[in-house]
Write a protein that binds this ligand. Structure first.
Ligand SMILES: C[S@@+](CC[C@H](N)C(=O)[O-])C[C@H]1O[C@@H](n2cnc3c(N)ncnc32)[C@H](O)[C@@H]1O
Length: 227
């Protein structure tokens, strides 16, 4: 990994599931929570999107959780290498489509649930509001947008505490000091978290009025927004 060059293609793909499991606190718990939330929003003939599905883990888990219902699950992923890997995992699931596309430029069908699990933070700030607007427009009334993001602290003091705690977390997960330093350098200009309030503002400007926080561990937060 070099300066400011993090990406989601090539050799990271095979290692991705293990890497993100170790990197994101409560990664599995968040997936479980999204599945439990789906019980409230998905029913027969629903459409459910995951934006930035990477290797398809969450889309697959959602499909398994809802096996008794007739639901279409669509994972959207911009990197072809990820899509190829995900497609191997979901081969036996007719209810899952993994699409290689940019969420910014594609059309979404009407959906009852749209999930973004640590994806928006990798999308250029100038594109984010357009994507939130599109998500709001694509949801049926009463539908849910489930958003998980790395978040910045509300001021420099909190941000310093968040960074220190997260560095400790990564050391405990087995990353070396060099791994942590190199990854931070490689993510410059690639991973750009907003604060909790910044994300709430994006949701509100898109039209969401009903929003709650559903999970928070230091600088990792989940929101449920209902249209
Ligand atoms: C941190 S990963 C998401 C992890 C995944 N949701 C999970 O639960 O394991 C972010 C993913 O978003 C994808 N991505 C980034 N920008 C995108 C865009 N504009 N459209 C679709 N996917 C995008 C990246 O290629 C990457 O695979």
């Amino acid at each position: 990994m070099m300066n400011a060059d993090w990406n989601f293609s090539g050799e990271i793909v095979e290692k991705f599931d293990n890497h993100i499991l170790k990197s994101v606190p409560m990664y599995k718990e968040g997936h479980d929570l999204v599945c439990r939330l789906s019980d409230f929003f998905l029913s027969n003939d629903s459409v459910c999107y995951e934006i930035g599905c990477s290797t398809g883990s969450l889309t697959l888990q959602l499909a398994e959780h809802n096996r008794k219902k007739n639901i279409k699950f669509i994972g959207v992923e911009i990197e072809q290498d990820m899509v190829d890997f995900a497609n191997k995992k979901v081969l036996e699931y007719n209810e899952i489509d993994i699409i290689c596309d940019n969420i910014l430029s594609m059309n979404l069908d009407k959906a009852d649930m749209i999930v973004s699990y640590y994806t928006i933070q990798f999308i250029k700030p100038r594109e984010r509001q357009l994507i939130f607007d599109k998500i709001y427009e694509s949801l049926n009334w009463g539908g849910a947008f489930v958003l998980f993001e790395k978040v910045r602290g509300p001021d420099a003091r909190f941000q310093d505490i968040f960074t220190a705690l997260y560095n400790d977390y990564k050391l405990e997960q087995g990353f070396s000091k060099e791994d942590i330093f190199d990854k931070t350098r490689s993510l410059k200009g690639v991973l750009e978290p907003f604060s909790t309030q910044g994300n709430l503002d994006l949701l509100q400007r898109a039209g969401f009025k009903d929003v709650v926080s559903i999970m928070k561990y230091v600088c990792f937060e989940g929101f449920l927004a209902i249209k």
